[in-house]
Write a protein that binds this ligand. Structure first.
Ligand code: FES
Ligand code: FES
Length: 169
């Protein structure tokens, strides 16, 4: 049984009780994914599974056999940061940085949902093929990702700027 993490294959644990979060952090040595609440309430542990954002603290590693997991380590590197990582720095989107990997993974998954026309609670046009990421949409769609430092304004600025630039290209 194996799983693909950041483009490399790894054996899954024998113990079916191991969460995906603990597997990534403690077995694969990928500490970028953070443990905040460990009960699905904060978003710090968000990773991408086949491009969809998931809470890795609520996921069992063995359930992801054959799937592709992307963590913050797979999105950008110090030498080649992801555009969102650059924007978080430019927009003061963090203080301690603990929530930041989850915020960025969540934003990547969130933007893909909007591109597919997945509505949120504040979407008014339910027929649209692609949802435009207004600030209300961003606040609603990122509301599961808490920042204990209160950097939410900078976080929304960074995400808005990144995807506005992408839309303009
Ligand atoms: S650590 Fe998973 S949601 Fe908080
Ligand atoms: S930057 Fe500290 S928790 Fe978000």
């Amino acid at each position: 049984m194996s799983v693909i993490v950041n483009d490399s294959a790894y054996e899954l644990p024998d113990d079916p009780r191991v969460s995906l979060l603990d597997y990534l952090r403690e077995r694969l040595g990928l500490p970028g994914t953070k443990k905040g609440c460990d009960q699905g309430a904060c978003g710090a542990c968000t990773v991408l599974a086949d491009g969809e954002r998931i809470l890795s603290c609520l996921a069992l590693a063995v359930a992801y056999e054959g799937r592709e997991i992307t963590t913050i380590e797979g999105l950008g590197t110090p030498a080649e940061p992801h555009p969102l990582q650059r924007a978080f720095i430019a927009s003061d989107g963090f203080q301690c940085g603990y929530c930041t990997p989850g915020q960025i993974c969540s934003a990547v998954g969130m933007a893909a949902e909007a591109r597919r026309g997945v509505p949120s609670r504040v979407t008014t046009d339910l027929e649209t093929e692609t949802v435009t990421l207004s600030r209300d949409e961003l606040r609603e769609r990122m509301s599961g990702d808490l920042c204990r430092c209160g950097a939410h304004n900078g976080i929304i600025d960074a995400i808005a700027e990144t995807y506005a630039m992408e839309a303009a290209e």
